[in-house]
Design a protein around this ligand. Sequence first.
Ligand SMILES: [Mg+2]
Length: 147
Amino acid sequence: MHRPVIEPRTDSPASQAVGLDLDGTLAVDQGWQGGRIGLPQPGAMDALRLLAARRAVFICTARPERWLPEVADWVSWYSGLDAFFDPNPERAYWQVVGGPILITRTKLGAACYIDDRAVHHAGDWTATLATVSHVIGLDREGIPALA
Ligand SMILES: [Mg+2]
């Protein structure tokens, strides 16, 4: 099933943004111990620059808040783009096209997310649950799928 095209619309702030995961997506995943961040994955910084020139881009990570300024520094160092950590818990959207990369712990509204752990849900829960069951091993535990 093809995904719908999500055109940027002024009445839909979520339509203007792309969210990206950090570990395992932009960066090689080597764990969080000590706050270290892996090297950029091949092509990741080129993709980030391409997207950031055309849409509002934010990076959403589950890393503890105290490490997020370092994430902003990492993004700036490797991409050459401005990046900043925003701890505002009330923020729901990021809409600055061509502006700095926002670093957040909040799952903001977005046209799409890029995440190594994501399972795409296209409206069919039978298919989604089958994929998730395989990913987390429920199928090997004999857990029945949806009827
Ligand atoms: Mg990840």
